[in-house]
Ligand binder design. Structure first.
Ligand code: ADP
Ligand code: MG
Length: 298
């Protein structure tokens, strides 16, 4: 275990090491994930932020058992996602993970009321109708949706639909809830309500949550935010709620690689190679000197 500082004595719920996912489209290779490392501890509410095409949906597809990685390690709640059998995969999707998608219509059945939608997943695990209804009502209440219990999704606002979707996704008490751009179709204010619901699921139900988004502002809602760039985790922001401070880190992988922020390298015109120097308490990084003939020494 190399990430000793972060492990805090407990086992991670999610562990990805050097995760690779390659797609083939018209004989062209697309490397959606290029050696991604990620550790999520039980009980965390984590945001993964990255531009469109950076590999966020690919990552969630793998972690939720819908897609299989090309190489690397991906373990969720002790299940190895590269070698998991078909039968285990179905149970994993029903019981270990919950999912909320960006498209509000994709999360709920249109012909069922809110409470019927929340009750549905509990039928798969054999819960009795009375117990299902009372848990569904409790969950709707928890997310401020008790008033809409008997309404169908198309009579609810987008933000309300997402809150019912969260209630549905946590109905079977999943070990982890994945949300792929859950506020993607909503305005900022409604999006905040959805984040409040996610935070509540995390705090009250103790559900571990991983939410991916292209909106860097979500780091206001989470203690830890991971940046993903070109299919790799590249930065990490930790927010201290009490001190109201944030600290940004670059992710250093086990081979010593890190990604410098584009804004930094552009500002100093750094390209191709940089000069490094070890100091007492930091490492200096300088642009290659003009006319240095391609050598990094001197
Ligand atoms: P994000 O969710 O961050 O926008 P994705 O994970 O959807 O990114 O995509 C990452 C990269 O993989 C993109 O270049 C995308 O075009 C490519 N990709 C995703 N799914 C497929 C697929 N099924 N076939 C081919 N390429 C894909
Ligand atoms: Mg996506």
């Amino acid at each position: 275990m190399t990430e000793g500082a972060r492990v805090r004595g407990a086992d991670p719920l999610i562990r990805c090491e050097n995760l690779v996912r390659i797609y083939w489209a018209d004989k062209v290779e697309v490397q959606a994930l290029q050696g991604l490392d990620l550790t999520v501890m039980p009980g965390e509410l984590l945001a993964v932020v990255g531009a469109s095409g950076s590999g966020k949906s690919t990552l969630l597809g793998i972690l939720s058992g819908l897609d299989v990685p090309t190489a690397g390690t991906a373990v969720v709640d002790g299940m190895d996602l590269l070698t998991m059998k078909r039968k285990d995969r179905i149970a994993f999707r029903r019981q270990t993970v919950g999912f909320v998608w960006a498209q509000t219509a994709r999360n709920l059945f249109p012909y069922l009321s809110a409470v019927e939608n929340v009750m549905l997943p509990m039928t798969y695990i054999g819960m009795k109708a009375r117990a299902r209804r009372s848990r569904a009502e409790e969950l709707l209440d928890l997310f401020g949706m008790a008033h809409a219990r008997d309404r169908r999704p198309d009579t609810l606002s987008g933000g309300e639909q997402q809150r019912v979707a969260i209630a549905t996704a946590v109905a079977n008490n999943p070990r982890v809830l994945f949300a792929d751009e859950p506020t993607g179709e909503l305005d900022t204010e409604t999006g905040t309500d959805v984040f409040t619901a996610l935070r509540r699921a995390n705090a009250e139900l103790n559900t571990t949550i991983v939410v991916v988004t292209h909106d860097p502002l979500v780091s206001r809602h989470t203690r830890r935010t991971i940046g993903i760039r070109n299919g790799r985790t590249s930065s990490e922001v930790l927010r201290d709620e009490e001190a109201q401070s944030t600290e940004e880190y670059a992710v250093l992988d086990r081979n010593g690689r890190l990604q410098l922020p584009r804004a930094f390298t552009d500002a100093l015109h750094m390209r191709d190679r940089v000069r490094l120097a070890l100091e007492d308490d930091h490492i200096g990084v300088w642009p290659q000197r003009m006319g240095a003939g391609g050598g990094a020494e001197g």
